[in-house]
Design a protein around this ligand. Structure first.
Ligand code: ADP
Length: 483
């Protein structure tokens, strides 16, 4: 049985199929998934265009009701959905379940926001004139998502898109069709009219490329690599289509001499190796001042080597495999380059074998690294962290800002003054103080600066900025009797 795409209210076969394998165990076939072709992308856009007229005029209460219903089912089934997610993506079961719960919370949040799409009225410069400022849906929104958060990222794009009255063509990452299919199925059964949400699973270079280049969409939101994001930006710019990009990170965690050592190590281990480091928010650079450096490295090494890497569905595993053979090869390549540049490999740096054949890579720590090494400038997207020793807080801040990326940055310190200075001067979209850089809340904005981001923020009420258009209306109404 092939899991099908969903276009114009029908489950339809694709032009090809994709075999979805478990990265923890390549003998475990999760299923066959339809792959759309360019013609089906066109049909999906047409269907979304057609459905927009009715959906955009449906009261927010009704739209919110559908999202609420979906949220309830997602939360009720979080264990089964989390299992599926961990099975196809390779994050641990507890991480998978937590991600599903978060997706449910996101739908619940936007179910409420659907009835809070308020505007303003403003006095005019002219007599007897009222000005109202309101927000309207845009039309058809294309959504392209990555594999590393197979349900949360689709949720934080689909929920606001639908809440504010847009219709959607959803193109999930090739490697995680099962979570995307399950989410679509839930939303459809929650009562979305035909054409409001269309699922076009398939290849990035075919489905994603065609969607991004279509002049028939009104907006495109993308999360993925910086390289693909740039292509998407060029394609949408060609047609003047509104575009939002969330891309990579090379995030710093600064650890100062006065830090609580065990808190610093907790933040570093979680930040660097959570989800096998395959998060755009991963703390991949640990910038440590001299007096705490040796103690930090010693503890960090102990904790890194104690991590149990194994099958994602085994409850004993602290870290699962990486997502694919290609990812494994890329990560190993980054490690080799780092060694070539003179970084010291303190632990890891190699593939691991387990009882089942999967893409296991050892949690890796490089020490004695310099800020300008490639390993400190390029995103690895795997369980690899580096330590950079610095002499002062000022140097730590400068090194923290010294990459083309600007997603998030953290600091561990007991100094209120330095924490405040860091908060003000870190060139990023998210700062964490004495807290890990990942595992962020669903109701507040998320996004970066520099090459990590393009366009307005995602999530929380800030999502409205992207998913709605502002309209300013002048109304003259003078019923005063003429003298
Ligand atoms: P990764 O390398 O981590 O898979 P990508 O940026 O390639 O990250 O993928 C993110 C999403 O973009 C996926 O859904 C992928 O299929 C899609 N994609 C890949 N290539 C293109 C492209 N040329 N145009 C539009 N989308 C693409």
């Amino acid at each position: 049985m092939v899991a099908r795409n969903y276009i114009g209210g029908e489950w339809v076969e694709g032009a090809e199929t994709f075999r979805n394998l478990n990265p923890s165990d390549l003998d475990d076939v999760i299923g066959e998934y339809a792959q759309a072709d360019v013609a089906q992308v066109e049909e999906a856009i047409e269907a979304a265009r057609h459905a927009f007229r009715q959906w955009s005029r449906t009261p927010g209460t009704q739209r919110g009701e559908v999202l609420h219903q979906a949220a309830t089912e997602i939360i009720a089934r979080k264990d089964a959905l989390g299992y599926l997610l961990a099975r196809e993506e390779g994050k641990t079961l507890s991480e998978g379940v937590a991600e599903v719960a978060r997706a449910g919370q996101i739908f619940r949040f936007f179910a409420g926001e659907a009835v809070r799409n308020t505007g303003e009225t403003v006095e005019s410069l002219r007599p007897a004139t009222d000005i109202s400022i309101s927000r309207e849906p845009l039309g058809v929104v294309g959504l392209i998502t990555p594999w590393n958060f197979p349900i949360a990222i689709p949720a934080w794009k689909i929920a606001p898109a639908l809440a504010y009255g847009n219709t959607v063509v959803f193109k999930p990452a090739e490697l995680v069709p099962a979570s995307a299919w399950a989410l679509t199925d839930i939303l459809v059964r929650a009562g979305l009219p035909a054409g409001v949400l269309n699922l076009t699973m398939g290849r990035g270079g075919v489905v994603g490329r065609h969607l991004a280049a279509s002049p028939k969409i009104d907006a495109l939101s993308f999360t993925g690599s910086t390289q693909t994001g740039r292509q998407v930006l060029r394609a949408t710019a060609e047609n003047g289509v509104r575009c939002q990009l969330e891309m990579g990170g090379k995030n710093a965690l600064v650890i100062l001499d006065d830090a609580n050592l065990s808190l610093a190590v907790d933040c570093a281990v979680q930040g660097a190796f959570g989800s096998a480091g395959q998060r755009c928010t991963a703390s991949s650079r640990l910038i440590v001042t001299s007096r705490i450096h040796d103690r930090f490295v010693e503890e960090m090494l102990k904790r890194t080597e104690a991590l149990r890497v194994g099958h994602a569905l085994n409850k004993e595993s602290d870290m699962g495999p990486v997502v694919s053979a290609q990812a494994l090869e890329a990560i190993a390549g980054h490690c080799e380059k780092a060694i070539g540049e003179g970084a010291s490999l303190s632990t890891g740096g190699k593939r691991l074998t387990r009882d089942t054949e999967g893409y296991y890579f050892a949690p890796t720590l490089f020490t004695s690294t310099k800020p300008d090494m490639k390993i400190n400038q390029e995103e690895v997207f795997g369980p690899v962290a580096t330590v950079i020793e610095v002499g002062s807080y000022e140097e730590a801040l400068a090194v923290s800002n010294d990459t083309p990326y600007g997603l998030c940055a953290g600091i561990v310190t007991d100094s209120l003054a330095r924490a405040a200075d860091f908060r003000r001067n870190a060139e990023v979209g998210v700062v964490t103080i004495n807290a890990p850089t990942a595992g962020l809340d669903f109701h507040v904005p998320f996004g970066g600066r520099k090459i990590s981001n393009y366009g307005p923020r995602e999530q929380g009420r800030y999502a409205r900025e992207f998913y709605t258009a502002v309209k300013t209306v002048y109304q003259f109404s003078d019923i005063t009797p003429q003298a």
